[in-house]
Ligand binder design. Structure first.
Ligand SMILES: Cc1cc2nc3c(=O)[nH]c(=O)nc-3n(C[C@H](O)[C@H](O)[C@H](O)COP(=O)(O)OP(=O)(O)OC[C@H]3O[C@@H](n4cnc5c(N)ncnc54)[C@H](O)[C@@H]3O)c2cc1C
Length: 444
């Protein structure tokens, strides 16, 4: 029934691959256009190569948008269970690890990419590799303009002396490209964001959407380490690699208002801080800074105790082993490298016997243990960011179908839209949920 409807899917990443399978199964004539020599390049890197494919606890509160959090509605229509049923249909069973995180049974991202490849092959979906879409034009039909890398044999004569590159199928490609102009009935933009550009998501999708009249909310790196002010706290290099559980609050430095807080593992790096707690806060950092807010972190190394309880705990230790030095007592409480730094900041001599430590000194130490202030400089580089916050305004797509309100027959799915999720499988779930929404809309 649908064989005459030609659909271009721009981007062979998470959302593009799922949309392609769902539509091809319904008989649509689907073509994936992918600028890299492989599909699913970013998928391969997810979850440290294990692919944290979703999260059983996915709810709209784990998602952020500067324009409209479409996940609140879409997740009820296309929940995690539907995504998992899809994965079962391509041979992928998931297993749950900590905090609701779901992974393929093999714990290997490549099995997810392979399952997509096998299914696409079975369905006969063509993939135009090494083909970068450069322009979308809405005429009677959609005109998709692209630049495709030329195979060596084709470019012989004009490419002599160059070092050809090998494409996915073993064919050699040169740096030369040829221009394509392809006609489709519908177009689905699944071009991803801007993070980890080596995987192909280089932000060119934003430009395609912008030229069709869409507003692009300034893309920001999210789920990323933070660069901190080394002048205010000159110990990052010394502490690099030190990790501990902590409650980390992101504060507006001027108003002292809490922007967000997380209780997770916290890690010092040579230029700042990282670890799950920081990655969760990083999206808020990007946008607060765009708002010209000055930011700081407040780190509590003992979130399970009140300050009074911690004081009692410390005094009890001092009473039991008064002959230990304060440094020796601290060794039982916090990671080793942190001790010297905290004692220095509290102006307590490390070798001082615990019983000789004065109340004002103890108070300073307690303040640092429960509220170490660290000034934020910025989110770390794009290359390290896992996702992009910002993108095509969600106000410019139909919230149920994700069809563009600017150009009929154009749909958008995945990270290209202004929605990003927390770390922990939530971003891939957005890719699956949005892919299912678009596929259903086109099928109806
Ligand atoms: C290191 C890392 C680890 C991550 N781990 C996880 C995790 O464990 N769990 C999780 O939920 N999320 C994780 N993410 C985030 C997740 O990978 C992304 O949110 C998800 O892949 C987005 O899917 P997408 O389909 O929107 O875009 P992508 O998967 O980025 O795919 C976009 C595709 O479009 C192609 N493309 C772009 N522009 C063009 C163009 N002009 N022409 C042709 N092709 C084009 C690109 O080459 C690319 O293949 C991780 C991200 C990174 C970088």
């Amino acid at each position: 029934m649908n064989h005459n409807t030609r659909i271009a899917i721009i981007g062979g990443g998470a959302s593009g691959l799922m949309t392609a399978v769902l539509l091809a199964r319904q008989g649509f004539s689907v073509t994936i256009i992918e600028q890299k020599d492989k599909i699913g390049k970013k998928l391969l890197t997810t979850g440290n190569g294990r692919c944290n494919i979703s999260n059983r606890l996915a709810e709209s509160r784990h998602y952020f948008s500067r324009t409209d959090n479409l996940m609140a509605y879409l997740l009820s229509e296309f929940p995690v269970t539907k995504a998992l049923a899809f994965f079962e249909s391509i041979g992928i069973t998931v297993k749950e690890l900590e905090k609701g995180k779901l992974y393929p049974y093999s714990l290997e991202a490549k099995s997810v990419v392979k399952a997509f490849l096998y299914e696409l092959e079975y369905l006969g979906v063509p993939v135009l590799y090494q083909t970068k879409v450069t322009k979308l034009e809405k005429r009677e039909k959609w005109l998709v303009k692209a630049e495709q890398k030329v195979e060596e044999a084709e470019s012989k004569g004009v490419n002599e002396g160059r070092n050809p590159k090998t494409a996915k199928d073993g064919k050699k490609t040169s740096d030369k490209t040829k221009s394509l102009s392809l006609s489709f009935d519908q177009v689905i933009l699944c071009s991803g964001g801007m993070s980890y550009a080596v995987s192909g998501s280089d932000g060119s999708g934003y430009e395609l959407a912008r030229k069709l009249g869409h507003t692009i909310i300034k893309p920001m790196p999210a789920i990323v380490q933070l660069v901190m002010n080394e002048k205010q706290f000159p110990y990052y290099k010394h502490l690099s690699g030190t990790k501990t559980e902590a409650r980390v609050r992101l504060l507006d430095k001027t108003s002292k208002q809490i922007i967000r807080q997380e209780e997770e593992e916290f890690l010092f790096t040579s230029y700042g801080v990282s670890g799950p707690a920081v990655l969760l806060l990083s999206t808020n950092v990007a946008y607060a800074q765009a708002n010209h807010q000055k930011l700081e972190l407040s780190v509590n190394f003992f979130p399970e105790k009140t300050k009074e309880e911690l004081a009692e705990f410390l005094l009890d230790k001092i009473e039991k082993v008064p002959h230990f030095t304060i440094e020796q007592i601290m060794e039982m409480m916090v990671p080793n490298r942190l001790i010297g730094v905290l004692l220095k900041l509290a102006q307590i001599e490390s070798a001082k016997p615990a019983e000789e430590v004065r109340m004002p000194e103890l108070k300073r130490l307690l303040d640092l243990l429960t509220d170490l202030r660290l000034e934020v400089v910025s989110a770390y580089q794009w290359q390290q960011a896992q996702v992009t916050a910002g993108g095509v305004s969600c106000l410019e797509v139909c919230p149920k179908t994700l069809e563009s309100r600017k150009a009929k027959g154009l749909y958008l799915a995945g990270e290209v839209l202004d929605i990003d999720g927390d770390c922990g499988g939530f971003n891939l779930q957005w890719a699956w949920t949005s892919a299912m929404a678009v596929a259903k809309a086109i099928c109806q």
